[in-house]
Design a protein around this ligand. Structure first.
Ligand code: MN3
Length: 257
């Protein structure tokens, strides 16, 4: 009887030791994984809502982003989003406030500035364009988006491009052929037709310089700063990834304007 009792005690002891060891192993494996997850998500990047214009009285202010910097991964990485918004975009905003101060357009809306600006004034032209284009671009992309447009926008795309796939082919083709820095746009012309057009630098379809003028519906930034950290020279992969994050609801709102 005593022998059985000792054996049971021994066996319980061994099992307890084994389970402790197992628990320890689990903890050791889990810790670095959770650190890694934090690193990939929020630890390394700041917050869009903390980015403010230098001049709090300036006519143009930062609008924030409706998602976090890492929300568009894996299509656009968090570091690119953070650099794009908190360095490039705020730079256009600050320089625009400085350039436009004490001019007749100082208190105009951004759309009015774009329509009326003197194209020879590169300070206002580049920074007003940069400010509008990035606000428009960041509002036009979203997590859990992509797919196809619906309703009247889809009908218009089919009318003017035959099919959604044909629209994508033409949009991607134009985006890949922008030489140097610029943008590709889907616009609605004043005749109500859809057209794909490109602009150099920070120009856009609301400016007098535009080859095709119109109401912007969708835009893709093809400056290298928009994709180089993740895609390097592979602009085509960045363009392909864009279709996964297009906010077609926002595009429909732009189309309805
Ligand atoms: Mn950009």
């Amino acid at each position: 009887m005593k022998k059985i009792f000792i054996s049971t005690l021994l066996l319980t002891g061994i099992l307890t030791l084994a389970s402790c060891k197992k628990e320890k192993e689990l903890i050791e494996v889990e810790t670095p994984m959770s650190e890694q997850t934090q690193k990939g998500n929020t630890t390394e990047t700041g917050k869009p809502e903390d980015v403010k214009a230098e001049d709090p009285e300036g006519n143009f202010q930062m609008q924030g982003l409706p998602y976090k910097y890492n929300a568009l991964e894996p299509f656009v990485d968090a570091k690119t989003m953070e650099t794009h918004y908190s360095k490039h975009h705020v730079g256009y905003c600050n320089k625009l406030n400085k350039a436009i101060k004490d001019t007749p357009l100082a208190y105009a809306t951004i759309e009015d500035v774009l329509a009326k600006l003197d194209l020879k004034n590169n300070d206002i032209r580049n920074n007003a364009g940069g400010f509008y284009n990035h606000n428009f671009f960041f509002a036009g992309i979203s997590p859990n988006a992509g797919g196809e447009p619906e309703g009247s926008l889809l009908e218009a795309i089919i009318t003017d491009f035959v099919s959604f796939d044909e629209f994508k082919t033409q949009f991607s083709d134009k985006a890949s052929k922008v030489f140097g820095s610029g943008w590709v746009w889907l616009v609605k012309t004043k005749e109500g037709k859809l057209a794909i057009t490109t602009t150099a630098n920070q120009d856009n379809p609301l400016m007098k310089s535009a080859e095709i003028k119109g109401q912007p519906i969708l835009a893709l930034d093809v400056w290298e700063h928009a994709y180089y950290l993740k895609y390097q020279n592979k602009r085509k992969d960045y363009i392909d990834a864009f279709y996964n994050i297009i906010n077609w609801k926002k595009a429909q709102e732009n189309f309805d304007k």
